[in-house]
Every structure is written in C-alpha cells, then in structure tokens.
Design a protein around this ligand. Sequence first.
Ligand code: SAM
Ligand code: SF4
Length: 331
Amino acid sequence: MTRALADRYGRVATDLRVSLTDRCNLRCSYCMPAEGLEWLPDESVLTDAEIVRLIDIGVHQLGIREVRFTGGEPLVRRGLVDIVAGTRAVSPDLEISMTTNALGLARTAHALKAAGMDRVNVSLDSVRPESFHAVTRRDRLHDVVDGLAAAAEAGLGPIKINAVLLRGLNDEEAPELLRWCLDRDYQLRFIEQMPLDAQHGWSRMEMVTADEIFASLEKEFVLTPATEPRGSAPAELFLVDGGPATVGVIASVTRPFCGDCDRVRLTADGQVRNCLFAREESDLRGALRAGATDEEIADRWVAAMTTKRPGHGIDDPTFLQPDRPMSAIGG
Ligand code: SAM
Ligand code: SF4
C-alpha cells in the first residue's frame, strides 16, 4: 500500500531529488571554492543498486512521482546511464530528469535518452566565454553549448536553463542570455543566489534580487505573467513579448515558496533531507546496509518528513546555513 511523505504542515513530497555524487568538474563561485572540497569517501557513497532500490521504495511505497538526478555533477558518476535504466525499470510512468552543467553531455545524451531519461535542466550563467570563466573558474563554455545541442537532438526536451546572476560578474547579461535561449528554444529560469556555498560568501546585500532581474529584462522585453497555475513549481513564469516563449524567475530568497514545496532530497551518501536548508538528516544507508526490509526503510523515510520546517527562514535573525554545501546536498 502507498503511504505519503507528508509533513506536519500538510505538504506531501512527490518529487525526489537524488544526488549521485558530491564531485564536480566546475567551480562555480556561488557553490564551491576554487580548490574544491573534501569529497565524500567512496565507501560512503551509495552504489548504483542501492540508489535504484531506494527509488523503487520511494515510488512503490511512498508516492514519489518524479525523480531528478543531480549532484555535484551527475555526469561525472560512472554508472549514470545504468542508474537511469534501473530507475526506468522501476516504473514506466515516472518522470526522470537531471540537473547538469552539461560538460560531456554531448557524448552521453543519446544513451541517457535510450535508458529512459525524459529531459534535462542545464546550468548556464553566461554565454560570454570570459564571464563563464569568471563564474565557473573553467574555460568550458563550448562544452556546455555542444552538450545542449546534443540534448536537444536526442529529444531530452523541453530543455530548461538555470542561471544565477552574481553582482559585478554577469548581472548585466540577463537580456543577452534570454535572447540566446529564445533563439534556440531553451526555457530560461533565473535562480536567486542562496546561502548554500561552502565558503559562506553569500550576502543578502550583495545578491541580485528577482526585482533587479525583472528590471533588467524589461529594458529589452515585455514580460506578462503566464496564466497557467504555478502549483508547486518554484519558478514564476512570464510570457516574453506576448508569448508563447516564457522566462522564469525562482525567487527563493525574496519570495519564498516553501508553503507549496513538494520536494525531498537523497544525498549521495544515503541521507534523506526534507529541505535544502534542513539542519538534520535521516540515515537510510545505515539501515540499507544493516539489512533493513523495504518496509523498515519506508518507515524511516516517512519519519524523516515529520521534522520538515514550514520555511527556510533565511531572513530570520537566527538563520544558520546548513553544514553541507549545495554540491553535497544535491540542488
Ligand atoms: N552540477 C549540476 C549543475 O550545476 O546543474 C547540478 C548540481 S547544482 C548544485 C544544481 C543547481 O544549483 C544549479 O542550477 C546551480 O546553478 C544551483 N546552485 C548552486 N549553488 C547555488 C546557490 N548558492 N544559490 C542558488 N543556486 C545555486
Ligand atoms: Fe558544479 Fe553545479 Fe556546483 Fe557549478 S553549481 S560547481 S556545476 S555542482
């Protein structure tokens, strides 16, 4: 029988974000320090089979309807295509997607589609090589552009692009990025920078707000609110120049949408997190490796949801950034 991943505030999680690794081949300054991080030891990372088993439990016992692979960078995980195939075997109806920086996607897009992936979200903060390098500390814009083209060609659409704007680096580039995406039929969404970087460099005063992003876009485009209901989707959608193309803004900081959250996260080392900003986690790996039954693991997972807080509390004076950075949680 299916139970629900319900919390004390009436929200039910049906969207599972699965981090496949905490490692990455870029060093986006809002995410990681230039020297990288101390990576999780190999033995603590879930195996391909363990990941598929947990997804199976989530789907068949706990009402999960959508799985998004993330990281770190999911494309650096060797077993990615097999994990996707194993996940597709769990359910023909499950929506399977991935958030990726697209480095190497040109080589694997077709295999991912054949394994059962539905679509990809690609992170791209600038289409100028010098700004791309300034944000990511790597000279790899051409790989992202090639990866995007391959994903579109393989049928991994509709392709969404996630962009973070940083003051003084790429904050003047919003209209240019939107035009580039419109020309290629990619759906662009801007994400407000959140306090989740390992080096604790985020500042409320410095971050580029949704209002600033609108003001910048409206210098070149006419934006009107899209009429379709937003539901639990984090992005507020706007028609660009009357539509049908849209642009989204995910205002996690200045207009939080925690009341509609339907997400739950599984880290690469098998910990359930009921929120990006949770300060506690529930260990499923230990139970899995100690021989727990599917039922027992499902019980732990259900219990993990009861401590989900009503909101992230970034603006509270008592706010504390989680110990794990975004790359180790799974964005
Ligand atoms: N490496 C993949 C990528 O970049 O798409 C997947 C993992 S990454 C942590 C997932 C998303 O989180 C990316 O779109 C990235 O831009 C976003 N992200 C990372 N750190 C962030 C921060 N401090 N604030 C807002 N978004 C952030
Ligand atoms: Fe890597 Fe994604 Fe973090 Fe950038 S945002 S450093 S691509 S994990």
